[in-house]
Write a protein of this length. Structure first.
Lengths: 187, 233
């Protein structure tokens, strides 16, 4: 059997309890989405969305592009406008990542690192997604619909999974490294 | 050339497969899948909501969909309608783009499973997961129809929904339309593919891959499930 074609399993992860992880992940995720939809949180979410659109507008302007912004709407000089709505701001996938990181057995320092670093990466990818959709929409509306509703959304979920994978690898490697001196000392 | 790390390889393969399979789905598979969803939806709706099995969902000339959910409600008399009226079913239109979202989890799931190295090892998870995802999509469609019918009934009866009921309906819509269709492929892939699960989360199923430990007499002690046997190396 060719070992290179298999996914490697880090040795330090063999004590993780799958059912506990799955239950905790599910509860955190449902709770996170439930809280997100409470009206006061929604108003904060809207402000965050407008902030993201403002940042995308700044990036486009700095890179020499032309766009005008009105709240959460970005418009091209040709008249095409794209609005970032709830569900397009990657908050739901950030909640997904936070739930997975929270449910995984790791030190709190690692969890904070995973949540902050992971959320930053997801938001960067989402900003790139929003800008590409802004330009794709000016080129073709049917392909904008396809990329907006299906392709980019799925890619962001896949990216989130891989960000979590890297974080788990980091946690398990740190656990292995921290165990090694002790086992050497007792040998 | 340095070998890429497993997560990076998975991301690259997964992204390429996702783009390819979603384009294939968009251009070729979408209409057959919608027909299959209609067939399965009609049967499931007749079992759950009752009524005629062929009337649950149908496509109109503008390619949008009309749903008919059997619900018995009595609309009280009003200024517009002087007599109380019994309604046996609620019809509502749903845009094609919204119905499409109940078919797209399948190509996403296929991309995730096929991104794991080893075509032969992926076959069983691929088939099992395809069945599971089809079931999830059907359940999502029925949930969506039920909540939409509930909202339409409340509008017909002019019933003011409480804050909690409004929040619950919004939560249900958000989860069925914006969360589960995107999340289900990953969750189901983890559930049916032991290699993906162990690779990402770093755990192994002890029943299938027993951990070997060396014992004091030089033999290998194999822990499989709850039983432990000694074997000679």
């Amino acid at each position: 059997m060719n070992t290179n074609s298999r996914l490697k399993v880090p040795a330090a992860g063999r004590n993780i309890r799958p059912v506990r992880f799955a239950l905790l992940f599910f509860c955190c995720f449902v709770l996170g989405i439930a809280v997100l939809l409470i009206p006061p949180v929604q108003s904060v979410d809207l402000q965050f969305t407008q902030g993201l659109v403002a940042l995308a507008h700044q990036i486009i302007t700095v890179c020499g592009g032309h766009a005008t912004r009105q709240g959460a709407i970005l418009r091209s000089p040709g008249g095409f406008g794209v609005e970032m709505r709830d569900g397009c701001n990657a908050v739901n996938v950030t909640i997904l990542l936070c739930s997975a990181v929270f449910a995984f057995p790791a030190a709190w320092k690692m969890k904070v690192l995973g949540i902050v670093g992971g959320a930053a990466i997801i938001q960067l990818v989402n900003l790139f997604r929003f800008i590409t959709l802004f330009y794709l929409g000016q080129y073709s509306l049917p392909w904008f619909d396809f990329a907006h509703a299906y392709l980019w959304e799925s890619l962001i979920v896949l990216d989130t999974t891989v960000v979590f994978w890297y974080w788990v690898n980091h946690v398990l490697r740190s656990a292995t490294v921290s165990k090694t001196p002790a086992s050497n000392a007792s040998a | 050339m340095p070998q890429l790390k497993a997560p990076t390889r998975f991301l690259l393969r997964g992204s390429a497969l996702l783009i390819g399979l979603l384009i294939l789905w968009w251009l070729v598979l979408l209409d057959p899948m919608l027909s299959a969803l209609k067939g399965a939806g009609d049967i499931a709706a007749s079992l759950i909501f009752g009524g005629n099995s062929s009337e649950f969902m149908r496509e109109d000339s503008s390619r949008n969909w009309t749903f008919r959910v059997p619900t018995k409600i009595i609309v009280p008399a009003s200024r517009v309608m002087p007599m109380a009226q019994q309604i046996n079913s609620i019809d509502f239109d749903v845009a094609r783009t919204d119905v499409i979202s109940f078919t797209f989890s399948l190509p996403v799931f296929w991309a995730v499973v096929l991104a794991v190295p080893g075509w032969r090892r992926n076959l069983r998870p691929f088939l099992a997961g395809t069945g599971l995802i089809a079931l999830v999509e059907l359940l999502l469609l029925l949930t969506f129809a039920a909540t939409s019918a509930h909202r339409a009934a409340a509008a017909m009866l002019s019933t003011r929904m409480g804050a909690f009921e409004s929040w619950l309906l919004r939560f249900s819509d958000y989860v069925t339309v914006l969360v589960v269709p995107y999340l289900a492929p990953i969750v189901v892939a983890f559930a049916v593919h032991p290699e993906l699960r162990s690779g990402v989360l770093g755990w192994t199923s002890q029943d299938k891959q027993p951990s070997a430990r060396s014992s004091s007499n030089g033999n290998l002690s194999v822990a499989a499930g709850n039983s432990r046997k000694s074997v000679r190396s």
